[in-house]
Ligand binder design. Structure first.
Ligand code: HEC
Ligand SMILES: [Cu+2]
Length: 331
């Protein structure tokens, strides 16, 4: 499995404009709630356009028509008109009430998961700078794959700073605040591949916090079975790559580019300059870096290290898989 298939964020060149799938219009509507959100936006937009034209066009016409000219003297203006004043107070108020009611209805629908949604809950864990999804069967994956027409709930969690879970095609956005759970839900209604972004500036790798969201025409059981990472079906290197994508790819590249941390490309077996002197990149240095990043900090990276400790988050087996991967990450 290539990295491309797992993490387009790591491979696509976003400095190239042709890779941007942004458009002048809203993204495709891929959820139940999308139509209501767009409907509210359109209502406010077109009412605003209507009043903009109603006010600005006569204003420009009157400016020209009643401009100061020689031979004309200004006539005294009427200074009070009860009907007019009531009209321009009451009508906009009613329109605002309409916006409010439509907005609240839509918001309540978006915030209240239907009963079926509590059956499937995905835990979405944000950390600098990646997303990890835990499925109801316990599988942890960097991929978000959802069966069509099945409401699903998300439990949102951050292990460091504030992130934001944003899937434009679902019109779904919710802040992910450390120290408390957030919830969101969606009923995907269109098969396809959409994008998940972090919408809260969370550090220098923020723009890398992107994932594909796949909506597929399969059942939950099929999706969970497919997505389940089976350690015994892969070699140690493959398991290491899987763990790297889950935990490290947001900060460490395997193509030689420096992100928040140094690249792993051709790093194994070389001497690394740290604030505590030169160290050989071997098993012990790798393990120590994972468990206690501040023990030896690479120059010229800032101290204390931006790397979180993985003490208690990765097992010894998993660290061994990662070490196999680090030996030759570009295999
Ligand atoms: C939030 C960003 C971040 C994450 C996530 C992260 N690291 Fe780091 N890592 C860094 C930074 C920054 C450094 C350089 C400073 C230092 O030595 O601590 C670093 C240094 C290292 C080093 C020493 C590299 C060298 O060139 O000398 C290793 C090995 C390492 N990380 C392994 C990992 C592994 C394995 C993971 C995933 C399990 C991981 N890191 C996740 C930011 C991160
Ligand atoms: Cu983020």
């Amino acid at each position: 499995m290539s990295l491309d298939s797992v993490l387009w964020a790591q491979t696509e060149d976003y400095t190239n404009w042709s890779n941007w799938d942004g458009s002048y219009f809203f993204p495709q509507q891929a959820s139940d709630n999308a139509a209501a959100v767009d409907g509210t936006f359109d209502l406010i937009f077109w009412v605003s356009v209507f009043f903009f034209v109603l006010i600005v066009v006569p204003m420009v016409v009157f400016i020209v028509k009643y401009r100061r000219r020689p031979g004309y003297s200004p006539k005294p203006a009427q200074d009070h008109n009860l009907v007019l004043e009531l009209g321009w107070s009451v009508i906009p108020t009613l329109i605002l009430v309409l916006f409010f009611v439509k907005g609240v209805w839509g918001y309540m629908d978006m915030r209240t998961p239907p009963d079926e949604a509590s059956e499937y809950e995905i835990q979405a864990q944000a950390s600098q700078f990646s997303w990890k999804f835990t499925y109801p069967n316990g599988t942890v994956s960097p991929k978000l794959v959802l069966p069509i027409n099945t409401p699903v709930r998300f439990r949102l969690q951050s292990s460091d700073v504030i992130h934001s879970f944003f899937i434009p095609a679902f019109r779904l956005k919710h802040d992910v605040v450390p120290g408390r759970f957030g919830t969101a839900w969606v009923n995907p209604t269109r098969v396809g591949t959409y994008r998940l972004y972090c919408a809260e500036f969370c550090g220098d790798g923020h723009s890398l916090m992107r994932r594909d969201v796949e909506v597929v025409d399969k059942t939950w059981e099929e999706v969970m079975d497919e997505i389940k990472w089976k350690y015994e079906e892969h070699d140690a290197w493959g398991n290491g790559q899987h763990l790297y994508i889950l935990n490290c790819a947001g900060c460490h590249s395997v193509d030689g580019s420096t992100k928040t941390g140094p690249s792993f490309l051709d790093a194994w077996g070389t001497q690394r300059e740290t604030y505590s002197g030169s160290v050989l990149f071997d098993e012990n240095y790798a393990r120590e870096s994972i468990l206690d990043p501040n023990a030896k900090v690479r120059t010229p990276f800032p101290r204390p290290s931006a790397m979180p400790t993985f003490q208690g988050k990765l097992t010894e087996d998993e660290i061994n898989y990662l070490i196999e991967f680090l030996k030759d990450p570009a295999r």
